[in-house]
Design a protein around this ligand. Structure first.
Ligand SMILES: Nc1ncnc2c1ncn2[C@@H]1O[C@H](COP(=O)(O)OP(=O)(O)OP(=O)(O)O)[C@@H](O)[C@H]1O
Ligand SMILES: [Mg+2]
Length: 260
């Protein structure tokens, strides 16, 4: 698939702070070029502007300065080609699990064609028993699992994932990480993941961007050439984990590629 090319050129984002009669510089000179079908992660401390950047790519927010392009076209509002899984889960409370997952397929007239896919996605996240339950009858982690597979069901060109697994226990998290790799290798959509979990970023990504604390800038880019599925305990994995943790703790002004 050649669709799903994201280019971010020198983006700056300033929020007005009406309460304090001031402004807040959240993103500064952020540039990224994400190839179609690439899996990248953004890591950085809380409040550095990761969600803001993802919302700009989704078309939910506009940059104060700079350009965001998808397949060469300026991003102007949301588009089903760019799916987003929010940090806070966001299911439709009046629809069941099955209906929530099917919602996007119905909207794009794919439901009858992919009915089995809905069942497969429900069982992938272990929610067979809750397929006909409503969101308020689920735990937070279960709701997050539904939100993730709802976005996967539509198979967008670009999938924007804002801490999608944050509320899950570590076992479920690893199972879904494996599924994400499998689905991505099958569909070749562009994946842009925000995560606080360094291992998750290394397990999944071809490139990892490390951001500075606010204002968020890309301070370092790591290219990971390890094959999939990855082994969390092999030495290349451990080496890159150390590099990222060190960088997050002692942010300096280096910017380089790291080839493993
Ligand atoms: N709509 C808004 N209006 C004003 N300020 C905002 C708005 N959205 C975000 N901010 C501010 O921008 C900064 C970055 O927020 P953002 O949500 O992008 O951070 P983040 O990196 O995703 O953090 P976290 O890891 O905690 O989710 C924060 O200081 C936040 O207060
Ligand atoms: Mg965030």
């Amino acid at each position: 698939m050649s669709a799903g090319h994201i280019q971010i050129n020198n983006i700056k984002k300033i929020f007005a702070r009406a309460d304090l009669n001031s402004t807040l510089l959240v993103l500064d000179e952020v540039s990224l070029d994400i190839r179609p079908g690439e899996f990248v992660s953004l890591v950085g401390t809380s409040g550095c502007g990761k969600s803001t950047l993802l919302r700009i790519i989704a078309g939910l927010e506009t940059a104060t300065d700079g350009v965001a392009l998808c397949d060469g076209e300026p991003i102007n509002g949301t588009n089903p080609k760019r799916g987003l899984v929010f940090q806070e889960h966001s299911l439709f409370p009046w629809l069941t699990v099955r209906e929530n997952i099917a919602f996007g397929l119905r909207a794009t007239k794919q439901y009858s064609f992919k009915k089995e896919l809905v069942d497969a996605l429900i069982s992938m996240v272990g929610l067979e028993e809750f397929a006909d339950s409503f969101p308020h009858q689920l735990s937070g982690g279960m709701q997050q699992r539904v939100a993730l597979v709802r976005a996967l069901a539509i198979s967008p060109d670009v999938l924007l994932l804002d801490e999608p697994l944050g509320a899950l226990d570590s076992f479920t998290r690893m199972v879904i990480q494996e599924e994400l790799v499998r689905l991505w290798q099958e569909r070749h959509n562009t994946m842009i993941l925000i995560t606080h979990d360094v291992d998750e970023a290394i397990y999944l990504s071809q490139r990892i961007f490390i951001m500075t604390p606010r204002p968020g800038r890309i301070i370092r880019e790591l290219t990971l050439n390890m094959s999939y599925p990855r082994n969390r305990s092999d030495s290349a994995f451990v080496d890159i984990r150390n590099i990222i943790l060190k960088q997050l703790h002692f942010a300096t002004d280096t910017h380089e590629d790291y080839n493993l």
